[in-house]
Every structure is written in C-alpha cells, then in structure tokens.
Design a binder for this molecule. Structure first.
Ligand SMILES: NC(=O)c1ccc[n+]([C@@H]2O[C@H](COP(=O)([O-])OP(=O)(O)OC[C@H]3O[C@@H](n4cnc5c(N)ncnc54)[C@H](O)[C@@H]3O)[C@@H](O)[C@H]2O)c1
Length: 350
C-alpha cells in the first residue's frame, strides 16, 4: 500500500479551508498541520480537521516534514513562503494568482527549480470535465481554424467583501482587482485553450467600489495563431453570471456559461456531442458569481491528486508554475495597456 502523503496548508481563510476539506477526502493524503499568521485561525482549522496548528510556517516545515504544502495566503505574500518551503524541500501547490508581479513569479520559479521541488498553481477549473472536453476538441482540430476567443467574468462583490481580510482590493496584496483576483481563472482557460497571446489593448477603472485597483476591465486580444478575442472582468454587476467562455472556429463553436454548455456545435458532429446539452446539470459546481466561497471541493481534489502524482512520478503537474506565471503576465499586460493607453506586446520580458 502507498504511504499517505503528508500535507500542510498555509493560510486558514476561505480557500485554505477548501484545501483542508479536499485533502481530507483523498485516500492517499493526510493533512498533518495548518499554519496562519493568526494563531486563533490556525487553531480553529486544526481542531476541525484533526491536525497540528502553527503560527510560524518555518517551524511547521521543521517539525511536521510535509511533502506538499498548499499556499492559501493573500496573493502578494507567496514569495517568502515559497522560499521557506523550497529551503525545507517541501513541494508547493500555490493558489492563483502565483504572485502579483513578474519579478516575484520569476523568483518563485527559480527558487523551486534550484531546490528540485515541484511547483503547481491552482486553476481548478481546468480539471472540470467540460473544460477538459473543450481543450480536447481544440487539440483534435474539431474547431478548424480558431477565429475568436472571448472570456468574460461578470460578477458581483459588495463593498463589504473588499473591506474584509484587510488585503482585498489593495495593490500591495491583491495586486489588482476584478481581473487579477476573479477573472484570472478565465484568463488562464482562454490562454490554455486558444494559445499564447501576442498583444492586448485594454481599458480598466474602478466604477463602483472605493478600492485602489480596477473593478471593471475590458481588453481586445490578438493571439499568436492569428485569432482575435476579448477579455472582460467586473465585480460591479448585480447579479453577474461569473464566467462565460466563447470559442469560435471555422468548423465549430462553443459557448460555456458557468458550467452550462450553452452552445456546442461542430461541422463534423460526434455522438458524444449530445452529452453537451444546456439542460444537462453538471455534477460538479465551479465558482459562484456572487460569493468568494468555493462550495464544491471536487475540482480542487482533482488538482491536488494531480500534484501528488506529479511528485510521485517525478513529472510536471498539469498546471505548472510556468502556466501560473503566464496567466499573471497576461493580466499585467492588460493593466499596462490600460495604464499607458497603448497596445502592449507579449511576452512582457521582451
Ligand atoms: N482557486 C479559487 O477558486 C480561489 C478562491 C478564493 C481565493 N483564492 C485565492 O486564495 C488566496 C486567499 O484568499 P482567501 O479568500 O482564502 O483569503 P482570506 O483572507 O480568507 O484568507 C487568507 C488567510 O491567510 C492568512 N495569512 C495572511 N498572510 C499570511 C502569512 N504571511 N502567513 C500565513 N498566513 C497568512 C490570513 O490570516 C488569513 O487567514 C488569494 O490569493 C485568492 O486569490 C482562490
């Protein structure tokens, strides 16, 4: 029998609890400890999940020797934690976004590579069957030539949401607003499915919230393969639809809203296409348009399982650190375009 993998979670807020729940549901995994700057948060989650609490993650690494740690702290706090984990030889599964600047994401990639640890970035929607099928249809050429790809994250967050946690809506720790936080899931899906982006031209502002960062953004996108598209994100719209992904090609079209395939049509239909009907309820739920809480842990479980396999098989996880960095880079390019009023070419490091 395989030994259970020793796991830990850093950051015992909303998403830290989702990781703890997901780990508890996996046969081959054991949550040995959790850590949070606030000792009371660590103690509460440790009591709920039957593991040891720490307020200092370095001590946790020394005493508990986890093989894998989920980093679930605010977005701009990852680098120091990743450095400490790498020093201790602990593999890293970092929540999205990987961090909030390219300088920091690059350091995280370098640190993990030179320590020889695995680095994954959480984009759990990639593991939902509908999105895997969409990616497969593109890879198999069923869309023909890709023409247009649109990603919209139209959701609602109250003023109280931005006042909670002390870091949301701040440049220093959220690193951005509707796009860096909520929209980045769809940014990743669009880039994964349509391919790398060549340039962006964008507009961003905060229209309804009193925050340092944008609550509404829209961008025109040119892909390297010649296709075009748009990326939109807002947290200002009641009630919102959360995420909508549209992929149009010379031989097929797909529109997905939330977990519903609103359109799934190909010139060359296959029998399996009939399972993608709008009135078919998805077994697993993704993200809510009105709440930051992730209710269904299934997709996180799949991503943690892949990370465990990557460690055991000594391979890259499906969503590697580099994939995490590419999503951050695209978001930052959109911000740069909105700030300068200019078209911005990618990669930004060029
Ligand atoms: N994958 C998803 O669908 C999803 C959903 C929600 C949040 N997230 C991401 O997860 C991250 C956390 O979001 P949240 O909503 O759970 O935030 P939160 O404020 O609810 O929780 C963050 C926790 O981290 C702790 N913390 C802060 N700095 C720390 C440090 N240096 N060391 C240890 N603990 C520290 C805080 O005390 C708090 O308990 C964000 O980056 C967010 O983008 C991802």
């Amino acid at each position: 029998m395989t030994q259970k993998m020793r796991m830990a979670v850093i950051g015992c807020g909303n998403i830290g609890k989702v990781h703890a729940k997901a780990i508890r549901r996996l046969d081959d995994a054991q949550l040995v400890a959790v850590s949070d700057l606030r000792p009371e948060s660590a103690a509460q989650v440790a009591a709920e999940f039957g593991c040891n609490p720490y307020s200092d993650y370095r001590q946790m690494f020394i005493k508990e020797k986890p093989e894998l740690v989920s980093v679930c702290t605010p977005s701009g706090t990852r680098l120091d934690i990743c450095r400490a984990a790498a020093d201790a030889g602990v593999n890293l599964l970092v929540e999205k976004p990987l961090d909030i600047s390219l300088e920091r994401t690059k350091q995280i990639l370098e640190i993990s590579e030179s320590a020889g640890i695995k680095l994954g970035c959480v984009f759990q929607l990639r593991f939902m069957p509908l999105y895997s099928s969409l990616k497969r249809a593109v890879t198999e050429g069923r869309f023909g030539q890709l023409i247009i790809g649109n990603a919209a994250t139209i959701c609602y967050r109250s003023e109280d949401y931005y006042k909670s946690g002390g870091w949301r809506g701040t440049k220093a720790q959220d690193g951005g607003g509707a796009l860096m936080n909520q929209g980045i899931h769809n940014v990743d899906l669009l880039r994964w499915i349509m391919g790398d982006v060549k340039s962006v031209t964008a507009y961003a502002d905060h229209l309804t919230h009193d925050i340092e960062v944008e609550d509404t953004v829209t961008a025109a996108v040119e892909f390297v393969n010649g296709a075009v598209g748009t990326i939109q994100a807002t947290t200002s719209v009641y009630h919102g639809i959360n995420k909508k992904l549209e992929i149009f090609g010379s031989d097929g079209s797909a529109i997905i809203v939330g977990e519903d395939p609103v359109m799934w049509k190909f010139k060359q239909p296959l029998e399996e296409d009939s399972s993608f009907s709008q009135d078919q309820d998805s077994e697993h739920k993704g993200l809510s348009p009105t709440s930051p809480l992730v209710e269904d842990t299934w997709a996180h479980e799949q991503q943690i399982l892949d990370m465990m396999d990557a460690i055991r098989e000594d391979r890259q996880p499906i969503v590697s650190g580099i994939e995490g960095e590419k999503a951050v880079e695209l978001v930052l390019a959109i911000y740069k375009s909105a700030e300068t009023g200019k078209k911005i070419n990618l990669p930004l490091s060029k």
